[in-house]
Design a protein around this ligand. Structure first.
Ligand SMILES: [Zn+2]
Length: 473
């Protein structure tokens, strides 16, 4: 018999002064934020060049487009304060190097976040899904074209800015989500923010954050699709009469749409792995968010602020080391030159030195709504603190300390994970759950899926510690 505890950690009180205690006064000046929205089509041309579809096996070549891919942006500015932009792309992921380069193109922003929905039926943008193992499927010209168009997208969002007050709502959607890996711990809550224009009272835009892999149609298809986020946003946009943005959150551990059964409006169960199911799942998610908004509460915005911090992760994964050596990864490799000192290196010159990845953790505070910017696919335990206790026999590191969970580091009312934010380093697995060596957990004959797409067992402790340092002052 297993049971689960939520870790309550002492010392988690942070962000005094971000307004959590203040009563909400929608029209008072400190509760006004300038918000602007924009979107652009980033669908690859499947006729002009071979498009390798990301997310599952190698050599899946696109034969057409089911629905377009988008980059969606929100820009936030407090009058006289910081300007922050978030761009969410319907892609499998983009590396930190992409974010760093893109920031140089938008100097008008104090901070830019580039995050991916982690779409599993879009083009390979990481280099893992080309014609064969170790062969990249990335069309560099396509990736560069997205980067070159982001400044214009941001400018459009800036031009769209209107003074708004913000309301927020939360709802659990466990019926739209499966956990594909034991233990069964889900991050099932969606959070929705609605930006209402001060002058007219009209809704100007919205933000939907949820935690699931966009992979409803699974690995069978060869048509490009953005999966459930698009029908979710469209359902909401139709009702609210404005643009929105979807942010992917906690997707590790493994939050998946595969195997989730949904019914159509007439109550008929739809076949799995179909576009029908994908659209319906999105529609149901959008309706859930709209339902939650009926009970929306005002967000107290005392200050719009951000923090970010560079972090380094050792690349223990043998496959990833090979990817670096083969030049498939479209990112810089780093080696450690001294304690906590790193420099970038040509992978061919590394000798037998271990590779590291340079990445970033970040945080945005919008009063009592906060975004935790996680550079990969984080497991729900690391966000919510719901660790299995006692530890599963068979775990490789049963004595490893439990990582301090992200949400325990904040007292904000509305907490959101933004996964694949500014980077994609793969799965971020609690160290106590690491299970590469026999005997395996849950009486299994082989390891569960997860470790093979993780940098290593040090990623989670280092990430948690980096957030603790980031939010400590
Ligand atoms: Zn994934």
């Amino acid at each position: 018999m297993r049971w689960f505890i939520t870790l309550l950690l002492v010392g988690g009180t942070l962000f005094a002064g971000t307004g959590g205690m203040n009563p909400v006064q929608g029209e008072s000046p400190e509760n006004i934020i300038q918000a602007g929205f924009a979107q652009m089509d980033i669908t690859p041309d499947t006729k002009a060049a071979k498009v390798y579809i990301a997310g599952f096996g190698n050599n899946r070549v696109a034969t057409g487009v089911h629905d377009p891919l988008f980059a969606r942006a929100i820009v936030l500015e407090q009058p006289g304060g910081k300007k922050i932009g978030i761009v969410s792309v319907d892609l499998v992921g983009l590396f930190h190097d992409f974010t760093l380069e893109t920031r140089k193109l938008v100097p008008e922003l104090d901070y830019l976040v580039v995050c991916s929905t982690h779409n599993h039926n879009g083009p390979d943008t990481l280099g893992l899904w080309g014609p064969g193992f170790g062969r990249s499927g990335v069309d560099k010209a396509y990736v560069r074209s997205i980067q070159n168009r982001i400044p214009n997208l941001i400018r459009e969002a800036m031009a769209d800015r209107k003074p708004c007050k913000v309301v927020a709502a939360k709802a659990a959607a466990p019926e739209l989500l499966r956990d594909g890996r034991l233990p069964d711990i889900k991050h099932e809550d969606l959070v929705v923010l609605r930006f209402d224009e001060i002058k007219s009272g009209k809704t100007h835009g919205f933000l939907l954050q949820w935690n699931n892999h966009p992979e409803t149609v699974d690995s069978n298809g060869t048509l490009i699709t953005a999966d459930f986020p698009t029908p979710a946003l469209e359902t909401m946009a139709k009702r609210l009469g404005c643009k929105g943005i979807y942010l992917t959150g906690t997707v590790g551990g493994l939050m998946t749409t595969i195997g989730v059964k949904v019914k159509d409006k007439a109550g008929k169960e739809l076949a799995l792995k179909t576009f029908e199911t994908m659209n319906r799942l999105g529609e149901l998610l959008g309706e859930k968010a709209l339902g939650a908004l009926k009970e929306a509460k005002g967000v107290s915005i005392s200050q719009l602020e951000y923090r970010s911090k560079i972090v380094h992760f050792p690349v223990e994964n043998k496959g990833y080391q090979a990817f670096f050596k083969l030049g498939a990864f479209n990112r810089k490799a780093f080696v450690e030159t001294g304690k906590g000192q790193f420099e970038s290196i040509q992978p061919a010159d590394s000798g037998d030195r271990k590779f590291w990845m340079q990445s970033e953790v970040g945080w945005i505070g919008l009063g009592d709504a906060e975004f935790f910017l996680v550079p990969g696919e984080i497991y729900p335990e690391l966000v919510l603190g719901k660790y299995q206790d006692p530890v599963e026999p068979g775990a490789d590191f049963p004595e490893a300390p439990l990582e301090k969970s992200l949400f325990s580091m904040s007292k904000a009312k509305w907490k959101m994970t933004v996964g694949l934010a500014n980077d994609e380093v793969g799965y971020i697995i609690p160290k106590r759950q690491w299970d590469e060596k026999a005997p395996f957990c849950y009486g299994r004959e082989k390891s569960q899926y997860g470790e093979i797409n993780s940098l290593g067992n040090e990623t989670a402790p280092r990430l948690s510690e980096a957030f603790r340092e980031l939010l400590a002052k």
